[in-house]
Design a protein. Sequence first.
Length: 312
Amino acid sequence: MLEEKFDFYSPSNVSLKDIDKNLKDSLTVMTRLDEVTQKHSQNVANLVTRICQYMRENNQFTIHCMIAGYIHDLGKLFIPPEIISKNGPLTEQEYAIVKSHTTLGYEYCMKDMYLRPYSDGPWYHHESLNGTGYPRGLKKSDIPYSAQVIRVADEYDALVTKRSYKTHVNISETLKDLIKDTKPAKPLVALDQLKQNERLGKLNPKPLKAMFKCVIDDILYEISCVMNYTDYLNSQIKRLEQIKNYKRKRDAAKRPEQKDYFQAGMTMLFQNGENEFNYLTVLEEYRGALVVREQRIKDLYNEIKIIKKLKV
């Protein structure tokens, strides 16, 4: 059976093909990161680009955010691999080491004249509007807007990865968790900051709203991929039902030449190890797969309805 495939994120509309060659060369440092961090970096760059487009930001700012988002986790290159890839929970000491990737990434960028303009990605992407982030506990007015956009994309993709989403069904639960991060929480900041930040959460709601539109686009993209797969399943079911029809006619035929004709038709339609003794099992597998995909399409459309009702 042909496998169903789709990328979780629909493609970005902005390309790096026109950026400076020296910057391209500097960006190759990202290939030294582990595979998971590389993929996460690409996802964040994709999301940041699309968020900016939905917010109608100009092309210069959008490209800046895309590059800064792409290198936001650059500092993880200098974190011990055994900590980056650890399966269980981190100790306090290990977590402190991981948190240093913001500073390490910033310092690396400052040593490279081509990456220096994009150091806001590594340096600020874990800062929170309410002052509870790191490495410096900055407040909203001190955090570059580009980093506020990157923070939204970064947190979303981190949750998607952690929860091992293979489909957008139930993705609204993750979006609800992100909405909570735009709301004021029990304060963890110093008393002199409380009054200034009492109405702020961790995330900026404006790029989060824009990201909801990106997620809906991704759901529609998944729906189109699933529909393409259902077309394939229907074609296979039709083929196997034709075999079943030929077999019925062959078994009912009286003359040898008629039996040979329908047998030849069956043989011509068999694929990939199918034969007269197993094709009905294959047919039922295709029918079962079709039911699952048709239900997923319904669930995905329902997910869009849920997302459109969410309030940020």
